[in-house]
Design a protein around this ligand. Sequence first.
Ligand SMILES: Nc1nc2c(ncn2[C@@H]2O[C@H](COP(=O)(O)OP(=O)(O)OP(=O)(O)O)[C@@H](O)[C@H]2O)c(=O)[nH]1
Ligand SMILES: [Mg+2]
Length: 228
Amino acid sequence: MDSSLESSTSSNGTPVRCRRTCKIIVIGDAGVGKTCLTHRFCTGQFPSRTEATIGVDFREKLLDIEGEKIKVQLWDTAGQERFRKSMVQHYYRNVHGIVFVFDVSNPTSFCNLPMWMDECRQHSLGPDIPRALVCNKYDLVTSMTASVLIDQARHLAEVHGMSFYLTSAKGRKGDPLDAIFVTLAQRLKIQRRESVNELLLQCRSESFNIPARVITAQESKKKWACIC
Ligand SMILES: Nc1nc2c(ncn2[C@@H]2O[C@H](COP(=O)(O)OP(=O)(O)OP(=O)(O)O)[C@@H](O)[C@H]2O)c(=O)[nH]1
Ligand SMILES: [Mg+2]
């Protein structure tokens, strides 16, 4: 995992604390509810009114993952082509997690998912980057057609190793909305731990005469690039 560390400084200018930041992009067709989902996750409220996102909106939330503070930076991207084309390069730079969203009441938004996945591939985001598939507006589900769509979505998520969520940004009791982002942050943390362990093993097998804790610290710094 390659995420960044953020520092705050004390009165004498020395860094006092580093906090990991991970960038999660939220993508999908226009109107599927990306802004509402991210807004609700960060503020707890369903926005009374939204307008089409132009470029990108940033939202942040500090999570406590197994005792470690991780700042999740959400990139709420624009679904409309005309509002996103100048920003696409920025969306995909240094991404740590991806959330694909579609609207269960709009089958076209499901059919367009391969196009969004392709765009990720074209920008070199490999399968190693944790991702989630969100079927939003579940509160609108009434028909059998929707349950077929949900089954297909579940299958798509399984095939691509994505976590799958049925959500309503409008919110219902027990809605798993928070789990989307918390689970991604947990996966990122595990991934980072594993990559450090892999490096340790590699170094040992190559008989480098370097104490393990030195490698961990150095590599950890590289993986979570520090901006202090
Ligand atoms: N019923 C219902 N409506 C929702 C839900 N989520 C979003 N909406 C509505 O869907 C519309 C579009 O929501 P947005 O969050 O702005 O959609 P978006 O994906 O950010 O759209 P772009 O910024 O254009 O890409 C708004 O009218 C929301 O109120 C939901 O879970 N249930
Ligand atoms: Mg939006």
